[in-house]
Design a protein around this ligand. Structure first.
Ligand code: NAD
Length: 681
């Protein structure tokens, strides 16, 4: 039965979008909103009361009707009678499923009770930095009264769940004058008889808290600037961040490889320049949403910004060892029989004074959001310290949330990661042809890709096609330039935290007989392919060795590196050079877990810029066929009589890097539809 969207749902979505699109109102994917209303019960034909509430996951700013859970209010309210008490409140989440109205929609979240049990037609539960600042201030209750009078009520910390819903419902009933409450250690909840009233109440609470912190707050809540912790000048700062990035990634990836995100926003640099940042960072983050993504506390490098790089790297390693020991101790202090196993002891946030913040996650979006959450946490700490002192919830409560059974169940329900998840690839010449197909395949299988090409416009177009900055970024690079290659790798590590998979693909082709081949032709071919891939591999190895995560280097060589094709001295010779680099580097880099392999394509006419820009015409002339028949001509001279496309080469790159060939290095895979003269032996 298709039905038009209910007016309450339309109003709820519009309100959620307005609230969720302003970061002052709630953190990414944080908070939830609801509306109650009546609809016709398709079973009885009578009226029934429903609750529409944002379900588990998703973000308010982009909430869709499918992201809502629709529940029968009579049944939801009836749960109060069977509620077994706070010790067993988690069981109520499963009971929500028995209150659902029809199929579809999102799974009801833990906050469903709060929305259903509070006696108001509209409820917003939000995580604004200003509200959490009051919620995490040592004397938050007193400050809430000072800020709002009796209009907003203090609710002491209680972790999200059925009991919190009952508490808030009781508080509303006992305080008919109240428009909402501040939830200690957590966030705010507002209500209203209409959607407009509820939204106005939410905004009143958030803006009043902001104004209160601004007016009553003392200047410099993070203390004075510490000498040596001031931000480095822009260029120096980014260069330093890039030099540190692979080492920082090693610190974040000892248990599980992680993708990184870097930010040097003013908020972060200011916090790190101030005297109080070590004390505050050690107190950890606050709102439940925050520390699920940021871990209970960050790792903070305790050196001046201009300390020698080697000293910073050595200190990071020491701090990492300490961090892991402390994290294990935290786990052991709080774990009980039946607690989920420890999920890894590496930090998710690494703070480097004068430089910025590195944040990590299982993919780029998660890493970026972890960083955003730490910025939220900085704002919270600033607000709380301005009017009081920052006092987040007890460590034992943080542990209960981090290792909550419900959270664990959510993690278990996640689909298995794609084969190249967490891997960061850099593909040269990815603006066209084979490189573009390789970049597409790597992204499709979960990698983050740096699309590197001499043609910056083409690279940008490909990166955009592949889904934009959380998946692919473009960088303009001429692989004949050491400086530009170093720059490309700096951009790569700042975009994704590091590099694990490099494809040497950039190339051009000049087909000429010996006597017509100029020294310039020879040099150009060799500069781009032999020298260019040597330089790219050298830079790649520097990053990979620092990361301690192994890696893959792939050379897109050629059948012509093996087979003495006609009129092909410069191209064939430089391809043979590349092929030998595969063997030499496989031998040299094996001890670091870096595998080096090659692919030998042939006759990839369609999509290839090389063929379109002259080489095709030259080869067609050499073989005496029409240029537009060249693909077919190549196909006919193969053993399989098949035309080779860029995707076939990309498949070989995936086969070498996707995990199944984990014990293979120094290999070349022909992708030529079978050319006996180019068989490897
Ligand atoms: P293509 O022209 O479509 O792509 C090559 C890309 O490399 C282009 O985007 C170009 O801008 C880029 N490039 C050129 N010079 C560069 C430089 N100095 N720095 C950075 N980027 C540069 O060609 P394609 O057919 O996709 O070839 C890709 C690779 O595959 C080449 O190494 C080629 O030799 C090899 N290959 C191709 C075939 C084939 O049949 N097409 C066969 C064997 C090997």
């Amino acid at each position: 039965m298709a039905s038009a969207i209910h007016p309450e749902v339309a109003g709820l979505l519009a309100r959620s979008h307005r609230l969720g699109s302003d970061p002052r109102n709630t953190n990414y994917a944080g908070g939830n909103t609801s509306a109650k209303g009546t609809t016709t019960d398709p079973v009885t034909g009578g009226e029934t009361e429903l609750l529409w509430v944002k379900g588990s996951g998703g973000d308010l700013g982009t909430l869709k009707a499918e992201g809502l859970a629709a529940l029968r209010l009579d049944r939801l309210r009836a749960l109060k009678a069977v509620y077994p008490g706070v010790e067993r409140e988690d069981e109520m989440v499963a009971a929500f499923d028995y209150c659902l109205h029809g199929k579809g929609g999102a799974a009801p979240s833990i906050d469903t009770a709060m929305h259903g049990l509070v006696d108001a037609a509209h409820v917003d539960h939000l995580h604004p930095d200003s509200g959490i600042a009051l919620a995490c201030a040592a004397d938050g209750e007193k400050l809430t009264a000072e800020c709002f009078g009796d209009k907003v009520v203090w609710v002491p910390w209680r972790r999200p769940g059925f009991q919190l819903g009952l508490d808030i419902a009781a508080i509303k009933e006992a305080n008919p004058q109240a428009i909402g409450c501040v939830l200690g250690g957590h966030g705010v909840t507002a209500w209203g008889g209409t959607s407009e009233e509820c939204e106005a109440n939410s905004l009143h609470i958030i803006r009043t808290a902001e104004a209160f912190l601004a007016e009553k707050g003392r200047p410099e809540p993070f203390g004075p600037v510490t000498e040596g912790h001031e931000p480095l000048p822009d260029d120096e700062r980014r260069a330093r961040a890039a030099a540190l990035a692979p080492h920082v990634r090693a610190v974040a990836s000892a248990d599980f490889p992680q993708v990184g995100h870097f930010t040097d926003s003013e908020v972060v640099l200011d916090f790190l320049s101030r005297a109080e940042h070590p004390r505050l960072a050690a107190l950890g983050t606050s709102c439940p949403d925050h520390f699920l993504r940021t871990k209970v506390r960050p790792l903070v490098l305790d050196l001046p910004a201009d300390a020698p790089l080697e000293q910073a790297v050595a200190r990071l390693a020491e701090l990492h060892t300490e961090y892991r020991a402390e994290y294990r101790a935290y786990y052991e202090r709080h774990a009980v029989a039946g607690s989920p196993a420890m999920r890894g002891a590496d930090p998710a946030i690494v703070l480097v004074p004068g430089v910025g913040m590195f944040s990590f996650g299982k993919d780029k979006q998660t890493a970026r959001v972890a960083g955003e959450f730490y910025v939220n946490a900085i704002n919270v700490m600033r607000g709380a310290e301005a009017v009081s002192s920052y006092s987040p919830i007890e460590e034992s409560e943080k542990f209960r949330i981090e290792y909550w059974d419900l959270e664990e169940a959510k993690l278990r329900r996640m689909p298995a990661p794609k084969p190249l998840a967490t891997r960061v690839a850099l593909v040269t010449g990815a603006g066209s042809g084979i490189g573009r197909a390789v970049a597409g395949r790597l992204v499709a299988d979960g990698a983050c890709v740096v699309v590197a090409d001499l043609d910056g416009t083409a690279a940008a177009t490909v990166a955009e096609e592949l889904g934009g900055p959380d998946r692919a970024v473009a960088v303009t690079v001429d692989v004949t330039s050491e400086e530009q290659i170093a720059h490309a790798f700096r951009e790569a590590v700042l975009a994704f935290g590091g590099v694990d998979l490099v494809v040497n693909n950039a190339g051009i082709s000049i087909s000429k007989p010996l006597l017509e081949t100029t020294a310039k032709d020879w040099d150009l071919q060799h500069d781009i392919m032999a020298r260019g891939s040597f330089l790219v591999s050298r830079e790649a190895a520097r990053v990979m060795i620092a990361q301690k995560l192994g890696g893959d280097i792939i050379y897109i060589a050629s059948k012509n590196g093996v087979f003495a094709g006609p009129n092909n001295i410069a191209y064939g010779a430089t391809k043979a050079d590349q092929a030998h680099q595969v063997r030499l580097l496989a031998a040299e880099l094996g001890e670091h877990g870096i595998r080096v392999n090659g692919v030998n394509p042939d006759g990839v006419v369609r999509g290839s810029g090389i063929f379109a820009h002259g080489w095709g015409a030259q080869r067609a002339a050499v073989y005496g066929v029409e240029e537009d028949k060249l693909g077919e001509f190549y196909a006919q001279r193969t053993l399989l009589k098949r035309e080779v496309l860029p995707e076939h080469v990309a498949n070989a790159v995936f086969a070498l890097t996707g995990g199944d060939l984990s014990h293979t290095t120094g290999l070349h895979i022909p992708v030529d539809a079978g050319v006996a003269a180019a068989f490897l032996r």
